[in-house]
Design a protein around this ligand. Structure first.
Ligand code: SF4
Ligand code: SF4
Length: 358
C-alpha cells in the first residue's frame, strides 16, 4: 500500500491515553468506539501491517470530519488528517470506495458539485467581474446557503466595496475531502488558484476554503499571488476604518468557533472582536481551539442522521450555558445549526449579526 512513513508513524505513535475518545464530535454523536480517533488509527494500523484488507476499513475512514479536535488534545501530536487523507487516496485509486462515496464523485463529475445541485438563480444578479477584489463564497455557501452569500455581498456593498463574484467557485474542498491528494484534486486546486490569481484581493467567505488555499495548495506546490483575506478579517477592517458603522448593544452572542479558523488558521480572536463591536461575547462550552464541530455538508450527504446529532449536541452545549444566539463563521455550521435550532434559540451568521446592529 502506498502510504508515507509520516502517516505510518502517526498511526503507530499512540500512547492510549484516550483523550481523543472524549472530544470527537462523531464518536460523541454515535457512541461507537469505531468512531474515536484512536480506533480509526488501530484499523489503519492493521491494514498497514497486513492483518486486514483496506476495504474493511473504507467506510470507517469516511466517518472522520477532519476537524482536528483529536489532534488538539493528543499528547503525541497525533494528526489523523495525514493518514486518513492518504488512505482515502488509496481507497479511491483501488476502486474500494463505498457506493455512497462513488455516488458523490459521480455527482461531482456530472454537475461540478457533490450535491448535484444547481446554484440558486437568486445569485445571478450578484455575478460580475468588474472589481479586482473577488468575493469567494465557495461551494457550500453557493449551493446550501445562498442567502448568506447575498447578505455578505450586500453588507460589503453597503460599505462601498464592490466585489467580483461568480457561481463557479470551487476551491477543490469536496474532492480533497473525498479523495485526498489525487491528481483530480490537484487539478481542482490548480484551476482554483488560476482563477484566484486573476484578482488583487480575494475575500474568502468559508474558513475551510481559506485553510485549503493557505496550506494544502502550498503542499501541492501551487502558488497564490492574490492577497487572501478571511471574510471575518475583512469585515473587521471595514468597521475599524469606519466604512461599516455599527452600534454597540447589550445583545449576547455566542461564537460557534469554526475548526478551520481555530486550529488551522490560528484565529480565534477576529470573530470575538466582531462580536465585541456590536454586543457582548457569551462563550459556550468547547470554545477557541477546543471548538467542537457543528456541521459538515459533504458528510451530511451520506451520514445525515449522525450529522444531525452532531448539530444537536452543539445545541445541548449552548442550552447548558443559556446561549440564546449562536453566531456562525462558516456556511456548513450555519446550515446544520439552523436545521436543528430549538425553540427560543436562534442561529445567525456573522454578517447577519453585523447587519442587525447597523
Ligand atoms: S489522544 Fe493521542 S495518544 Fe491519546 S489515545 Fe488518542 S491518539 Fe492515542
Ligand atoms: S479529526 Fe475530528 S472527526 Fe476526525 S477523529 Fe479527530 S476529532 Fe474525530
Amino acid at each position: 500500500m502506498n502510504i508515507t512513513e509520516k502517516a505510518k508513524n502517526i498511526i503507530d505513535n499512540c500512547r492510549f491515553c484516550w483523550m481523543c475518545r472524549h472530544i470527537c464530535p462523531i464518536g460523541n454523536a454515535t457512541g461507537l468506539e469505531r468512531n474515536t480517533a484512536r480506533a480509526r488509527a488501530m484499523g489503519a494500523s492493521l491494514v498497514v501491517h497486513g492483518s486486514t484488507e483496506l476495504k474493511e476499513i473504507a467506510s470507517n475512514v469516511y466517518e472522520c470530519t477532519l476537524c482536528g479536535a483529536c489532534t488538539n488534545n493528543c499528547m503525541t501530536g497525533f494528526d489523523p488528517k495525514v493518514f486518513i487523507q492518504e488512505l482515502k487516496t488509496e481507497i479511491v485509486l483501488n476502486g474500494l470506495a463505498p457506493d455512497y462515496i462513488v455516488k458523490l464523485l459521480e455527482n461531482y463529475q456530472a454537475s461540478g458539485n457533490v450535491f448535484n445541485a444547481t446554484a440558486c438563480s437568486c445569485l445571478d444578479q450578484l455575478c460580475s467581474n468588474d472589481s479586482d477584489t473577488l468575493f469567494f463564497a465557495g461551494q457550500d455557501a453557493i449551493y446550501k446557503a445562498p442567502e448568506s452569500v447575498k447578505t455578505a455581498i450586500a453588507l460589503l456593498k453597503d460599505a462601498g466595496v464592490s466585489v467580483s463574484f461568480n457561481k463557479d467557485q470551487d476551491s477543490g474542498s469536496a474532492l480533497w475531502f473525498l479523495t485526498g491528494k489525487t491528481a483530480e484534486t490537484q487539478n481542482a486546486f490548480k484551476n482554483s488558484a488560476k482563477a484566484l490569481n486573476g484578482y488583487k484581493t480575494v475575500i474568502v467567505y468559508d474558513p475551510v476554503d481559506l485553510s485549503l488555499m493557505r496550506h494544502e495548495y502550498k503542499e501541492c506546490g501551487i502558488e497564490i499571488t492574490a492577497n487572501l483575506i478571511s471574510f471575518n478579517e475583512y469585515l473587521y477592517s471595514l468597521i475599524e476604518s469606519g466604512k461599516i458603522v455599527v452600534k454597540k448593544s447589550n445583545n449576547e452572542y455566542s461564537l460557534q468557533d469554526n475548526y478551520a479558523y481555530a486550529r488551522e488558521l490560528d484565529d480565534v480572536t477576529t470573530g470575538r472582536k466582531l462580536i465585541e463591536k456590536v454586543g457582548v461575547v457569551k462563550d459556550m462550552l468547547l470554545i477557541g481551539k477546543e471548538a467542537n464541530l457543528a456541521g459538515q455538508l459533504v458528510m451530511a450527504e451520506y451520514m445525515p442522521d449522525v450529522m444531525t446529532q452532531v448539530a444537536k449536541d452543539r445545541w445541548f452545549n449552548a442550552k447548558n450555558m443559556d446561549c440564546k444566539t449562536i453566531v456562525t463563521e462558516n456556511p456548513a455550521e450555519y446550515v446544520a445549526l439552523k436545521a436543528t435550532c430549538p425553540d427560543g434559540y436562534r442561529v445567525i451568521s456573522i454578517e447577519e449579526m453585523i447587519k442587525e446592529n447597523m
